[in-house]
Design a protein around this ligand. Structure first.
Ligand SMILES: NC(=O)N[C@@H](O)C(=O)O
Ligand SMILES: [Mn+2]
Length: 281
């Protein structure tokens, strides 16, 4: 900020603040957090339209997740919006555990804060910390157990079979995924799932440096559930331009015109659900 010239009073976004916090800290401690807005009656940045929605933290409504223990869930995207998937935050408290999804439903969990232990029938248990994830195939017995606390973002959908392909348990972390080619685009791309035909969706992790933006003003049949993990910028959805920050969630229906421009002093990173590998007919 230009505080030395005295004409900009806003505190500058200091790099050091960002650097001392754990990764993805802003998702659960957003600048415009509910506590900062509580004395502003009725104000929200959330929007819900036919082909997109912006759901911001002051709008989250938590309730106990059926079948989970000691866990509050805030559903952000569900088929009631027109999606074929659900996206929810799971706030796991001490001594909490997950429930199983319904029959034939696949699940992906991504750890935004804290840690959980994944146990399944065959392999020994695996600890998932921040930036780690697990993909659970449909009808795959598993349990996510939390001793202290954890915040997960969870995607679930009905698995769409293709021939005899089958999916398998995937456990990984973003930082171990290779950067993929992005011809014609400047953002850095990682994918959390294999690109093989067995998988009917993928999770993209996309990084933009400040000032970088999507080259293509996309319109496509795929739908998206987006969580901004880091940074800030402008999201265009249809004819609307939204200032967004870490912690914001966006629903993009098929064919909604979409574009992102990253702003500020730190990179933007978002996590994006995208259906793939299946004929839209
Ligand atoms: N909105 C957005 O980022 N979309 C692309 O990344 C894509 O792969 O669809
Ligand atoms: Mn897209």
């Amino acid at each position: 900020s230009k505080s030395d010239d005295g004409f900009c009073s806003a505190p500058s976004i200091t790099e050091s603040d960002e650097k001392t916090k754990p990764i993805y800290w802003k998702v659960t401690n957003p600048t415009l957090s509910p506590s900062h807005l509580q004395d502003l009656p009725g104000y929200t940045r959330s929007v819900y339209k036919r082909d997109h929605a912006l759901i911001t933290p002051e709008s989250h409504v938590y309730s106990p997740l059926p079948d989970w223990t000691n866990t509050l869930g805030a559903y952000l995207i569900t088929p009631a919006m027109g999606s074929h998937f659900v996206m929810f935050f799971a706030k796991m408290k001490e001594m909490s555990s997950s429930g199983l999804p319904p029959k034939d439903i696949e699940r992906l969990v991504f750890v935004v804060e804290g840690a959980v232990t994944l146990t399944n029938t065959s392999s020994s248990s695996t600890k998932l910390t921040v930036d780690s994830y697990a993909y659970l195939p449909p009808n795959f017995y598993h349990s996510l157990d939390c001793v202290e606390s954890a915040t997960l973002v969870v995607f679930e959908r009905r698995y769409e079979h293709l021939g005899s392909h089958t999916t398998e348990l995937i456990v990984g972390s973003t930082d171990k995924q290779p950067l993929l080619e992005t011809p014609g685009e400047v953002f850095e791309l990682r994918k959390l799932l294999p690109v093989s035909l067995a998988y009917d969706f993928n999770i993209h992790i996309m990084d933009f440096q400040p000032g970088e933006f999507l080259n293509v003003k996309e319109v496509h049949y795929n739908q998206h559930g987006l969580l901004l993990l880091e940074g800030q910028g402008i999201y265009r959805l249809g004819d609307n331009w939204y200032p967004v920050q870490a912690g914001d969630v966006i629903w993009m229906a098929p064919f909604v015109p979409q574009w992102y421009g990253a702003l500020g002093k730190n990179r933007s990173r978002y996590l994006l659900y995208k259906d793939v590998n299946r004929n839209p007919l």
